[in-house]
Design a protein around this ligand. Structure first.
Ligand SMILES: O=C(O)/C=C/C(=O)CC(=O)CC(=O)O
Ligand SMILES: [Ca+2]
Ligand SMILES: [Mg+2]
Length: 391
């Protein structure tokens, strides 16, 4: 680990080996790009003398590509490293005035989301939802082990962590009843942020050349709306009302120690889906409901890895844009599930909270917070949201 002169950084989950990017503002000031170090955000534009960081989103920086991402990261690690702290006229004196405590800033949506795709990459989750939604059928459809199943979501309703989530109304099961969802759920997911685009007709190259980093995502899901609407085209209004992401985008370079082979696949997928290098990730998530941990799913054994999702998404010639966001799908592992519908088995086994109440699905006023850690003391920040009542 490289030590930092920033107070508290080395002991936190946001030391020099992490350095996630976000967009912040102080009261009365315009949003701009910063990097998290411990419990501070570093204002990048004045420190790096680069106007790309004065923008209200990360998109322009993401569009510069991998060489620029790596140069910036290396420069920041040098500026923040402890060995330079006490040199006369050294980096600390120049950088420290631009280090702002996190409790003085508001975090914003870090990326202007171009297109948003949600996959379905967990074998456990897909099997569980198959059993719950389609009890008379095989849990997995015949295509599931041959391609990463996904759907296009609603980019414009991706919101930053902390944004209240209003309970959606709609046509619900038993259809066609109309009203507020009575089965509001979460989906704990990992999402991938695309930096380098492709041209129409071109397939994506190496995962790490296109994807800048990862963020935590909660795909809020109204199960009663979903169950009535989804046949045969898939999720629509049951998932499009809000999707929350962490304000922090962790660069792939911070996850080197988290990389694992990815779950063995049977059958071996087609050539274009062959894994070129290991992009499974050894991440552990924590899902909290009103401050109580209800699940700690592991990302490690997801069936489809993010490099495979990227290859699949572009195999038909569909182009990538800077700011595209694609999510893993609900992260469920053996015995630790990323959605309430699984944790409570469709409401049959409600979660007991310490205040004596139980939950099958979310109630108004409930707060859900998802965090994650990676090996090497890396934190992915958090994605949180509180449910407000339907109007
Ligand atoms: O199996 C179904 O009909 C529904 C599945 C989901 O709701 C999950 C979904 O959105 C994709 C995922 O998060 O894994
Ligand atoms: Ca989902
Ligand atoms: Mg959603």
């Amino acid at each position: 680990m490289t030590r930092s002169w920033v107070p508290g950084a080395d002991e936190s989950l946001f030391g020099l080996d992490n350095l996630p990017y976000g967009v912040f503002s102080r009261p009365g000031e315009a949003p701009r790009v910063g990097v998290r170090v411990g419990d501070h955000v570093l204002d990048l534009a004045p420190v790096l003398h680069d106007e790309v960081f004065a923008s209200p989103t990360l998109n322009a920086f993401l569009a510069r590509g991998r060489t620029a991402w790596r140069e910036t990261r290396a420069r920041l690690r040098t500026l923040l490293a402890a060995d330079r702290a006490d040199e006369a006229g050294g980096d600390r004196a120049v950088v420290e005035p631009h280090l702002i405590p996190l409790d003085q800033v508001t975090m914003h949506l870090p990326v202007e989301v171009a297109d948003y795709v949600d996959f379905y990459a967990s074998l456990e989750h897909a099997s569980n939802l198959g059993r719950i939604f389609r009890p008379d059928e095989e849990p997995l459809k015949p295509n599931w082990r041959h391609l990463p199943v996904g759907y296009h979501g609603r980019a414009g309703t991706v919101v930053v962590s902390g944004t209240p989530v209003r309970r959606p109304c709609g046509q619900r099961m038993p259809g066609p009843s109309f009203g507020p969802s009575a089965r509001l759920d979460i989906e704990a997911e990992l999402a991938f942020v695309v930096g380098t685009p492709t041209r129409p007709g071109e397939r994506a190259g190496a995962f790490e050349d296109h994807v800048f980093g990862v963020t935590l995502l909660n795909d809020w899901s109204a199960r009663d709306i979903q169950a009535w609407e989804y046949v045969p085209l898939g999720p629509f209004l049951g998932k499009s009302f809000a999707t929350s992401i962490s304000p922090w985008i962790t660069p792939l370079d911070a996850l080197e120690h988290a990389r694992v082979a990815g779950r063995e696949q049977d059958p071996v997928p087609l050539d274009y889906l062959r894994r070129q290098s290991p992009w499974g990730l050894d991440l552990t998530l924590r899902v909290e409901l009103n401050g109580e941990t209800i699940s700690t799913p592991s990302y490690r054994d997801m069936y489809w890895t993010p490099d495979q999702m990227l290859a699949h998404m572009t195999v038909n010639g569909a182009s990538l844009r800077t700011g595209d966001l694609y999510a893993s799908g609900t992260i469920s592992s053996e015995g630790a599930f990323g959605s309430l519908i699984e944790v409570t088995w469709n409401g049959a086994e409600p979660v007991k909270l310490t205040d004596g109440t139980t939950r099958a699905f979310l109630e108004d006023g409930d707060t859900v917070t998802i965090t994650a850690t990676a090996p090497g003391g890396i934190g992915l920040g958090e994605v949180t949201g509180r449910i407000t009542s339907a109007t």
